[in-house]
Ligand binder design. Structure first.
Ligand SMILES: *Cc1c(COP(=O)(O)O)cnc(C)c1O
Length: 382
């Protein structure tokens, strides 16, 4: 019944974990879910209020414009200028997305011919793989290894692959490894992309989730970046708006136009009221972003010091709300946590073969729950 590409879709590991979790819940186990990368904190009130107001205006009840409302695109351009010093033409260099997943999974259809290579980090966000599959490209995995600070080594990409690659996904601050990228890395990527005529897609949804004073850069701050690529950002993680489905692609006008043309044919844009609430988020007070970081930072400190007390060698991440823990066997480790302690952690293999040997904890539960999880882990023989 199903098309053959369906059999190439990665086994949806998260669905299997959900099943295992449901089984424990049926037994009455109090589950501590540190698996899913979805903020537990609510969307700030002023943003919700803005949606309510905009939803009541019948003018907003029609089909949105495909590329996004001018008010939204100029708010995005202003945010990029203020936050990163990156100047964008709101008309040609900004596109509204239904979350960055929308852009990630559809950009291949505009630029990848069957058999073309797409360079994607492993471990990496599953959308890089599925988007490539839908455009019938071939993924070339760029391993993210601890000894390379979880940055891909561009020199290790075979020349033939580099020459026939169309797209390269990069993602810093990184999910799942929580690694950050130095500016030199972005310069290398921009040069590599120019030399090999590759479009860079910088997936940057965690730029605002950072600790200890660290400020993540945008790839577009790099000289030459806008000639070779785009960046995707999203309101999902920055403003706790995962359910709202609103984000943006910004950068190279031709790339933005190609992605926009695909999207014109598959969706009809983001609800205007959601775009106007997103304008409120981007233009309004930013204390809520700082407050969320303070909360994640406290959780990070509790989890990291607890894990270190348990004997794990795990560094304290500077950004994202993840902890990437090295373990022997990721499936066995996460099954043990779930079945013997009621703790959900994501096995690294769910992010590609490069994730073996790690589990990912999401800091999306309160400190009290993280402490309870650590208490339960102390009772296990890990
Ligand atoms: C959460 C996430 C996304 C997708 O977020 P949207 O809600 O679709 O904006 C994309 N990439 C990475 C690495 C993520 O963690």
């Amino acid at each position: 019944m199903y098309a053959s590409r369906m059999s190439h879709l990665p086994p949806y590991l998260f669905a299997r974990i959900d099943e295992m979790k449901a089984e424990q819940q049926r037994k009455g186990v109090d589950i501590i879910d540190l698996g899913v990368g979805d903020p537990d904190l609510p969307t700030p009130d002023h943003i919700v209020a803005s949606l309510c107001k905009a939803a009541k205006n019948p003018e907003n009840h029609h089909y949105p414009s495909y590329a996004g409302m001018p008010a939204y695109r100029s708010a995005v351009a202003d945010w990029y200028r203020q936050r990163f010093g990156v100047k964008l033409d709101a008309g040609r260099e900004v596109l509204a997305l239904m979350g960055s997943k929308d852009g990630i999974t559809h950009i291949g259809e505009a630029f990848v011919n069957p058999g073309d290579y797409v360079l994607a980090p492993s471990p990496g966000y599953p959308g890089y793989y599925t988007g490539t599959l839908f455009s019938e490209g071939k993924v070339h995995e760029m391993p993210l290894l601890h000894e390379n600070n979880f940055l891909p080594v561009l020199d290790n990409i075979p020349k033939k692959v580099a020459k026939s690659a169309k797209l390269m996904f990069i993602n810093y601050p990184n999910n799942p490894t929580a690694a950050i990228a130095p500016r030199e890395f972005y310069r290398e990527v921009a040069d590599f992309a120019a030399d090999n005529t590759i479009i860079v897609v910088s997936d940057n949804p965690y730029s605002e989730v950072a600790f200890d004073g660290y400020r993540a850069p945008s790839f577009l701050e790099t000289k030459g970046a806008i000639e070779v690529g785009v960046e995707m950002h999203s309101l999902s993680k920055t403003y706790n708006m995962t359910g709202w489905r609103v984000g943006m692609a910004v950068g190279n006008a031709d790339v933005i136009a190609g992605l926009g043309r695909v999207k014109t044919n598959v969706d009809s844009g983001v609800f205007n009221a959601v775009q106007l609430a997103a304008v409120t988020a981007l233009r309004g007070p930013q204390d809520c972003v700082k407050e969320a970081c303070t909360i994640y930072q406290e959780r990070r400190d509790v989890l990291i010091s607890g894990l270190q007390d348990l004997g794990f060698d795990v560094p304290s991440p500077k950004a994202t709300f993840y902890v990437w823990l090295p373990v022997q066997d990721c499936m066995a480790f996460s099954a043990k946590l779930l079945n013997e302690a009621g703790i959900v952690a994501t096995p690294g293999i769910g992010f590609g073969s490069g994730g073996e040997g790690y589990v990912r904890f999401a800091l999306t539960r309160p400190v009290a729950r993280i402490n309870e999880a650590l208490e339960r882990m102390r009772r296990l023989d890990l």
